[in-house]
Design a protein around this ligand. Structure first.
Ligand code: HEC
Length: 175
C-alpha cells in the first residue's frame, strides 16, 4: 500500500486495484442537499398540505376570473349596462346596501323582508318566471307586469335606483 502524501486515511477495501480516501462529503455539497430537502418540505406544505399556493389550473382559473372582472369594470366605466356589469355591481357593498334600502322601502311589502315572497314571487329561490339574468330582472322591475300586479318601478325610482335594487337582488340570487 503506497504512502498517502497528506496522511489521510485510506479505506481498506480495494476494488479492481482502486482504493479510496476516507473523506467526508464537501460542505457545499452537503448544504446543497440539505437546502433541497428543506425546500422540498416547504414546497410540499405550500402547495399540497396548506393549499396556499395555486396549481396551474387554479392559476389559470384565477387569471380568467381577473380578466372577466377587468372587462366588466371597463364596461361599467364606459357606461355599458349588461349582465357582467350587474355582477360587478352586486359585489359592491355601497351599491348593494343602497339597493337593500330601496328594497325594504318599496318591495318588501309584496316580496317579503327576506325576499321569501308573499303577494309577489319569492326572489331568493332559483325560479325566475321572467328570467334569471340581471337584464331580465331589470326589465321586470322597471316595466312591471301589469297583468299580474307587479308595478312598474322605472317611473317611480328612476334608472339609477332600479339598477341598485337589481344589483341587490343579484347579490342575493340563489346560484
Ligand atoms: C304590489 C306588490 C308588489 C310590489 C310592491 C313589488 N312587486 Fe315585484 N312582483 C309582484 C308580483 C305580483 C309579481 C309576479 C308577477 C308575475 O307573476 O308575472 C312580481 C314579480 C317580480 C319579479 C319577477 C320575479 C320572477 O320570478 O321573474 C321581480 C324581479 C320583482 N317583482 C321585483 C320587485 C322589486 C325590485 C320591487 C321593488 C322595487 C317589487 N318587485 C315590488 C308584486 C310586487
Amino acid at each position: 500500500m503506497s504512502q498517502n502524501p497528506n496522511e489521510e486515511k485510506i479505506r481498506e477495501h480495494t476494488f479492481d486495484g482502486i482504493q479510496e480516501f476516507d473523506k467526508s462529503l464537501p460542505n457545499w455539497w452537503l448544504f446543497t442537499l440539505y437546502a433541497t430537502i428543506v425546500f422540498s418540505i416547504a414546497y410540499w406544505v405550500y402547495y399540497q398540505k396548506a393549499g396556499i399556493g395555486l396549481d396551474q389550473e387554479q392559476e389559470l382559473e384565477a387569471a380568467f376570473e381577473q380578466i372577466s372582472e377587468n372587462v366588466a369594470k371597463a364596461k361599467a366605466e364606459a357606461g355599458v349596462l349588461d349582465d357582467d356589469t350587474f355582477a360587478v355591481m352586486a359585489k359592491d357593498p355601497a351599491i348593494v346596501s343602497a339597493g337593500q334600502t330601496i328594497y325594504t322601502q318599496n318591495c318588501a311589502a309584496c316580496h317579503g323582508q327576506n325576499l321569501e315572497g308573499g303577494i309577489g314571487l319569492a326572489l331568493n329561490d332559483a325560479e325566475w318566471k321572467h328570467g334569471a339574468n340581471p337584464l331580465a330582472i331589470k326589465k321586470v322591475v322597471a316595466e312591471g307586469v301589469a297583468t299580474a300586479g307587479m308595478p312598474p318601478w322605472g317611473p317611480v325610482l328612476g334608472d339609477e335606483k332600479v339598477n341598485q335594487v337589481v344589483a341587490f337582488l343579484v347579490s342575493k340570487q340563489a346560484k
